[in-house]
Structures are given as structure tokens and as C-alpha cells.
Design a protein around this ligand. Sequence first.
Ligand code: ADP
Ligand code: MG
Length: 687
Amino acid sequence: MDQPGSASVASLPGIGPKRLAALAEAGYHRVQDLLLHLPSAYEDRRQIVSPEALQDTGRFAVVGRLEGLRRVFTRRRGLRIIRGQLADDQGRLAVVWFNQPYLLQQIQEKAEVLLYGEVRRTKSGDLEMLNPSWEPMAVATKEIVPVYPSLPGLSSRRLRSLVGGLLDDLDLEAVFEDALPPQLLESYGLPTLAASLYGLHRPGETVDFDTLQAGTSPFHLRLAYGELLEIRGRIELARSRHLPAEKPHRYDLGGGLRKILAQVPPFALTSAQERVLEEILRDLGKPAPMQRLLQGDVGCGKTIVAALALVAAVENGLQGALMAPTEILAEQQFRSLQGLLGDRCRVELFSAANRHALEALAAGEVDVAVGTHALFQDSLTFRRLGLVIIDEQHRFGVTQRQRLLAKGTLPDLLVMTATPIPRSLALTVFGDLDCSVIDEMPPGRGELQTAVLPRARRKKVYESLARTLQDGGQAFVVLPFIEANEQLEVAALEREGREVRKWLSDCSVALVHGRLDRELREERMARFVKGEVQVLLATTVIEVGVDVPDARFMIIESAERFGMAQLHQLRGRVGRGREPAFCVALHGTLSADARRRLEIFESTLDGFEIAEADLAQRGSGDLEGWRQSGLPRLRCADLGRDLEWLERAREDARAMARSPIDASWSRFREALEERIEERDAQRLTGG
Ligand code: ADP
Ligand code: MG
């Protein structure tokens, strides 16, 4: 292999066997992999000043000699401070480093260095530089300098010099041939892939520093657009391949079925529910399998819509399957469906423990199978699976979805999620699905009020919770999930439990969490649902789906530890009855981000608004749905920001998929198909 850029990273200076192994472990094998390791920030060193010239706070590059370096001892364990001064003949600047124990071995007293970092004002009014990066003056240059996320054994500084060497030696245009049609890039004013990578690693002096720092430079945009195009390209290619398929089953949606459907709900459907049901029935009547996403905020009433779709399937001689993400939710869905459809259909719950109905399912005697992942075990076979419903899709990957679908012949698919998904995410993660939204709550709900309060108010909050309980209400207390390890987590939970019990001395309190023995957890939840337990103390296992109309008070402890979307999900557990309901989020010390999150949470009940804000704040990489979707990680694109590019990518990808003969797209098409195959192969081998 003598492709430029394909040489092993072992060929680089200073990469011995140990680093080589660590890099390989992290997925860096060839030198071109290093070139795809992008800077996460930049330092603007075009202006270099002397200590004396500094008058104000901000980020600066300052040069001088380091003097008086010393370790400062503090009482706080684990905090290591190094202080010193940067001096020249005219002036000096105080410098402080936190938690950089090796610094004193690396820098020598009196060394001439360039420091870059934040200059702040101390309490006494003096300027001080905080945690600066440093570089011997001999090698420091006046330019914008990239900062890299470190790799095993390679600091940002080492990476900068390795990558710099590569940029000098390699012709990037030869290493990274651009698969996109050149006229397309031109029309958007975007540089080629190679030019973008070069620009990101070595921005030069003319580029706008702010866009570089914000990730919106033309170089970033080129990569972002490429990522989005790849995602949309996959979807469109898959669509163009699968479109002509006709499902083997046909629906009779005539008056007979209508009459039966009208008898199922114990209440009048909201107009949103009606509308969505019609969309679903229309899909069922089409020759191609339905692929629909049903979004609706917690409590909007998705279950009845699912139930009606199942009735339509069963009445047409088909079997249905409903998959939920956890045992608790599967059980609850099973109970709801049993209640709604029990007289009409045979509904069975399948779990690891409950498999008695396997034969009946295979024989077609079971009409509707409800369960968790247990549903796609090999031992489960259907006679005529025609409709697959997946609840809380964001917890399942696309592959899992496929495995369940494969148990029928082109069954119709309905995916339901209570997490409102911003449009941009829906277009990417669920890009292959049509979208329905229930945007209306069932009538007769009491008002839901939210308060965000500091932990200092805890006693008062628990007192008002106690009053709600005296009036016959029920309550949730949500404790933050501690991921450290099982024992620690459970111990902490139990300690909190004892404390809460102290506040609520005469009330019945039950504790549930994910690590609890299944039967015990089920029993406690059931007692809460029946009203025998007044307060359910829980981790986020109650996050989705649990429906208890008398629950009208929720306390979320350490709310700053939850994401906005998650808080909103939790809040949806209360306010399902007629009485007014309260959700109190208690918090400890707040970071600026956490404060912002809680403010938004307090200010709106609109799940879509919250979802958009969440996306804007966290970026798509952090979203749970994204990580589990099997889509490539986004390095540059930001779905909270790049909606406009996403729309372009969608149109362009469609054009690409629809005209396979268009030569300008052939490179991109081939590259994409190759990558899809690679991925499929990895999946098949369990990779
Ligand atoms: P989710 O969309 O979160 O799954 P559910 O389907 O569990 O919501 O519905 C929440 C509650 O609202 C349930 O108790 C359900 O019986 C009730 N409900 C749903 N639709 C209506 C309606 N049209 N009128 C009155 N109550 C309804
Ligand atoms: Mg639900």
C-alpha cells in the first residue's frame, strides 16, 4: 500500500511500540487518521504582548521569563496549585496553574516562554493568568494555533508538531480526494475536503478567528455538510432500494372495522388522536409497508392510538407486536392493552420468565404480543406478523428494529416516542420514517406548575408534599442516578430513602430502582399504582410510561444533574389527573449551563421547545438517541445549529439517489455504498 497518507503512524517520529498500540486501540492506524483528528479549539497568537502591556481581562498570548515558580499547599485534598510570575524588563504578571503536577518538571525557572490563556482579575484587583498553555519561545510562532484533544501518549503540543510535519510533507489533495461534485461545493462556496482539513489544522492569518473558534468557519461547514450528506445519502439510497416492495397483506378498512374501532376507547379521542389514527389507517391501506414515527409528549395518549392500530391489524387477520424498552413498561403496556382489547383479542406478555404462550403465538392464536427485547429472540415465531409497534424508540437501535421486523414479511411499522424530537434530529435519526405528531393533551387535566428551588428550601417543599398526601394525593420523589457502581449507588439511594422517610414520617414510602430484584420492583410499583403506597421514591426508572392519575406532586432531587429533556420526561409523570399538580426541582450549586437548563424547564411545558433548547445546548453528539441509532458520530455538524445545511443535504442526497446515472455523483455514491457494506458486514459479525 503506497497510497499517500496510508503509511502507518509508526513511521512518524517518536512513535514507539507502546504509543503505537495505544493509538491503534483508539482507532488511529494510518497517518491520514491523524489528519482527521481535528482541533477542538484554537489559540489566537497573532498578537503577542508583554506582561506590562496587559491592562484588562480576556484571553492573551504573553511572552516573558518564568520566575518564582513554586508549589502552593492547600488544605483541600486533591487540589494542587503552582504559582509563578511571567516577567520581562518592564513588568510582570502573576500566573497560576491548577492540577498540573508535572509542570515543575517540564518548565525551568527563567525559561523564556509564551503563555496563552485567560487573564482574570483577582479579589485584590490584580491581573492573573489562569491555567495557561505554554511553549518555549524559540518554537512559538505568531499565528492561530490549533488545540487538539490529546490522544494516548500524545499531548496537544506533540500532535501539533506531528500534524504540522504531515502538512509539510503530504499533498492533502492526493490523500483526501473529494467525492463531492465540485460544482456543488462551488455553488455553496465551500472549500474541498483537503483544503478544509488543511485550513482546520493550519488556519493561517487571514481566517476569521471567531468562526474558527465557534466551529462555523468554511472549513468546518464543508465537513459538517459532508457528514449530513452522508447520513441523508444512506437514508435516500436505502429508500430508493426498498420503495417498490409490496407487503403481502391487504387491509379492509371499511365500515365494519370502523364500527369496531369506535367501540374500543373508553373516552372520546382528542382531535389530534383522531388525525393521527387516520394517518395510520391510511398507511395500513397502502401496498407499501407503513414506516411511521408517532411523536407525542408524555401523557398525550399514544397508547390508545397504538391499541386501535392493533385492532385494525387483528381484525384483518394479522398478528401485532408491541415492544417496550423495559420490563416495567412492557408490563404496563400489557395491562393497558389487556384492558382495552382483552375482550376482543388475545394479548400475551413475553418476557425472559414468561414464555408459556410461544406455541400459541406460532400457531397464530395469540393476536398481540407485548414484551421487551425478549420479543426478538429466535424462539419467538409469529404465524402472520403484520404490525410492529415500538414504544420509546430512542432506546432501540435501528438494527434491533430490523430484527423484530424480520419476524414477519414486510410488516407495517409504527414507532412511538414520548421524547419530542427537534425537526433536525427527526430528519437524521429517523429520516426513513414519516412523521405524525399528537400535539394536544386529553381534556380534564389539572394545571401543572413547576418550581425550581435551591436545596435550602427542602424542608418546606417536603412539608407541602406531606399536605398533598393528606389530601389523598400520591407523589414521586426522583433521586439522581449515580453511575459510580452498583453497591455505591444502592447504598446512596437507601440513605436518601431513610432521610425522605424521616421527613414524611406517617406516610407509606416505597423505593424502586433499576438494580432491584425484578419481582420486588414490580410489587412495589404495583402497590403504588393501586394507591397502597403514597410516595414512590425512585431513580429514573419511572422516566417513561408510568401512568398514575393520583400522582400530583413530584420532587426531583439534585435536578442540576439531569438534562432538560429528561427533566421534562420526569415531570410528565404527574398532572395526569384532574387535580392541579406540582413539580419541584431542587438543586444544589449551579453552573451557568445548569442554571439555564432549569430556567427553561421552569418556563415552559412545551416538549418541543425544550427539545430544541436541549439540542442547541448539548449538541447532537450527546443525545441518547443519537448514540444508539447506529449513525456515525458527528464531528462538525451540529443539529442545533446547522438546520439549513441539513435541508440542503436532504435535497442533494435525494437528487443523488434518484438519478443513479448522474456522473457527477458517482464518486460519492460509490464511497457511500462501500461504507454501508462495511458497516453491514461489521453488524453481521457483531462488530
Ligand atoms: P402516553 O402518550 O404518554 O403513552 P398514555 O397513552 O399513557 O400517554 O395516556 C395517558 C393517560 O391519558 C391515560 O390514562 C389514558 O387513559 C388517558 N387518555 C388518553 N387519551 C385520552 C382522551 N382522549 N381522553 C381522556 N383521557 C385520555
Ligand atoms: Mg406511553
